[in-house]
Design a protein around this ligand. Structure first.
Ligand code: MD3
Ligand code: FE
Length: 206
């Protein structure tokens, strides 16, 4: 089953719920090599969500800005490889949403605890907007908000649950979006934590 959220935005409820425990183990494996860390923003604050990633290049932020790097700045080592299961589930979700030519080469892993949030932003560091972004939610639920192409556009909300996939392509690819601060609810597999995996195609990296 799938549900159009907007033009180019498709919710696939429970698309990865069967693979949820497996995906959480993959996240753990990536985090053993490239640990979750709270990254610094250009303004000098800390992101409240902790992040890591895998694939050819991973999104990072620090005092000098946002960019994709081929190596983990913390270790100097290349990011862990993108697990084939992640690539394949991302391609399947995109296909089901009507995007047949998705070739993901990176996954950003976000970890939210109580109070973690992500302010309204656009994803535009990939050097490529013709391919969609596919997101998988794992663990406790969160309120996701999305607006339109302008920061001032009206915002809508949806609760994303364990196992949900959302595909953002076409006109929705550059829509503003964010995550409301998490409360203290728990999930049997992750306790008070929520994980989000975003699969993307990145064309440029430093
Ligand atoms: C809409 N992550 O990593 S996933 C991000 O739950 C990010 O961790 C949130 O925003 C999270 O950049 C939201 C849903 C999502 C991801 C990417 C998008 C929605 C999007 C890109 C364009 C438009
Ligand atoms: Fe985003």
């Amino acid at each position: 089953p799938s549900m159009a959220l907007d033009e180019g935005a498709v919710l696939l409820p429970g698309f990865v719920s069967k693979e949820g425990a497996h995906l959480l183990r993959l996240i753990e494996q990536v985090a053993t090599i490239a640990p979750f860390r709270q990254m610094e923003t250009p303004g000098g604050g800390l992101m409240s969500a902790a992040m890591t990633g895998c694939g050819a290049a991973v999104w990072v932020t620090d005092r000098s800005g946002y960019r994709y790097t081929t190596h983990d700045p913390r270790s100097g080592q290349p990011w862990p490889a993108l697990p084939p299961l992640l690539r394949s589930l991302g391609e399947q979700a995109a296909r089901q949403a009507g995007f047949a030519d998705f070739t993901p080469n990176t996954a950003l892993l976000n970890r939210y605890g109580p109070g973690s949030r992500m302010g309204l932003h656009q994803d535009r560091d990939e050097g490529e907007t013709s391919q969609p972004v596919v997101s998988f939610s794992l663990g406790r639920s969160a309120v996701f908000q999305w607006g339109g192409a302008r920061r001032t556009d009206a915002v809508r909300s949806i609760v994303l649950h364990h196992g949900d996939a959302v595909v953002w392509g076409g006109p929705a690819r550059l829509f503003f979006h964010g995550i409301k601060p998490l409360g203290h609810e728990t999930h049997p597999l992750t306790g008070e934590l929520r994980y989000n995996i975003t699969l993307r195609y990145v064309a440029r990296a430093a």
